[in-house]
Write a protein that binds this ligand. Sequence first.
Ligand code: B12
Length: 465
Amino acid sequence: MTKGNVKNTVLLVNPWIHDFAAYDFWIKPLGLLYLGALLRANGCRVTVVDCLNPFATDTLQPVRRPLPRRSSFGEGKFFKEEIKKPSCLRGIPRRYHRYGITPNVLRQELSRLAPPDVIMVGSMMTYWYTGVIATIEILKETFPGVPIVLGGNYVRLSAEHARANSGADLVVTETAEEALPYLLREFFHREASFLPLTGKLDSLPYPAFDLLARCDQVPVMTSRGCPFHCSYCASNILNPRFLRRDPICVTDEIQVWRERHGITNFSFYDDALLIRPDELIVPLLKEIIRRNLRCQFHCPNGLHLKEVTTDIAHLMFAAGFRTIRFGFETSDLDRQTETGGKANNDDLRRAVAYLKKAGYKAEDIGVYLLCGLPGQSADEVQESIDFVASCGARPVIAEYSPIPGTALWEAAVAHSPYPIADEPLFHNNTLLPCCGKNLTGENYQRLKLMTRSRGASISQNRAGV
Ligand code: B12
């Protein structure tokens, strides 16, 4: 409770990733840092501990290994240590890792802090939950009695599982902005003094990236949700309404990070950045160019091919969009229609031609292809790879991760040899959990090699993998 000028203290924690493979493809805890900004706007004293901090050099000394190098674009490999596989994954012939700082480093960082009033932990992939549990165990051991709140994507997509297994005292399935009044009442017995306007993203404070010890790129989200309803995607479950920001306010935010914090790399996390271009992307690109911000922009989350015109391609190139990835998913016409119809083969051909005219090279234009959808064959993926290459772009395989609540979920459960409905670890895309006899592990290795031979992933090449 606030007494005089004593502040309510909150520790935010971005947990570890436990996985067979993970790459820091512009990964930052954006949702957790929005929560931090909202708490700060309400007078709380907020501290962040980031278990994925890629710059924890001093504390990694005891390990006697250097930290992996980062690219000048703000991405790179995570530091990793092999850990024991969870028992249900024991039969999988691959090593399993903890990505991020070591447990000793986490303990050291926590030992420098006074016990906070409450700890709030974020989460991302459903199948990363053992990293969340391991983080919470150390938090409980260090700060016994301090309540732990857990939120984020894992919780929102697998709430029952999180309640039963995470070890958190409170599991919050709402967004940070929705949960804020309740959190302040529950832990600080007071009403919110600042609340963003419902449905108005520009009334949110900027995410609290300034609380990270060091930061070499900032993600920006100009919208929530997506007007498409693709059968494999959870965007509509997480954000049922498609909401957008004002492009001028987005440019203002980029300028603030650029001028006050020296950030020159930005990643867009949007699910539909290019959709209805006159509303957002065109004015945004023009404003970035007009202000001569001299930044580099990256789009790790797929962009919509249908919206690419000559003008947009030129504006993207001129504004500094360096890493561009598109969601194409498959060249199979039936599956394109079945999964949501967001792009067809002509859209890809046309978009690539415009992008090349604007100055992008084939290897710059990454095109995501889903691999391992229920019922999908190796031939279909191979044809899709060939088609993307024939258009003059670079195929990038995205292994399908089944997500509870999506339209494809029932089919995923029916096709999977794993009990994906009972155990989120089996949502892991590395397992290709919904593959059948038409797409085996061997087929997959061959397909992967094929994409590599055609240019592979830009980021992997840059990081020297
Ligand atoms: C950007 C993004 C990425 C980025 C990285 C982002 C990151 N920070 O890690 C990249 C491009 C690398 C990525 C990769 C992948 N992704 Co992704 N990604 C997203 C995306 C589009 C946005 C996430 C985000 O940051 N949102 C913005 C913030 C503001 O929202 P938020 O995190 O949800 O936070 C809000 C609430 O959750 C809450 N909150 C958050 N933390 C906390 C904490 C507390 C205490 C409280 C109270 C509240 C709270 O408040 C926040 C503000 O409202 C989501 C889809 C989506 N629309 O959310 C998919 C999503 C999470 N990804 C998904 C998938 C499948 C993948 C891939 C496997 C794709 C593939 N096949 O290759 C890879 C795997 C990556 C890997 N293995 O390393 C799935 C999830 C799958 C799963 N089983 O969990 C999603 C849901 C997309 C989908 N297909 O439906 N992804």
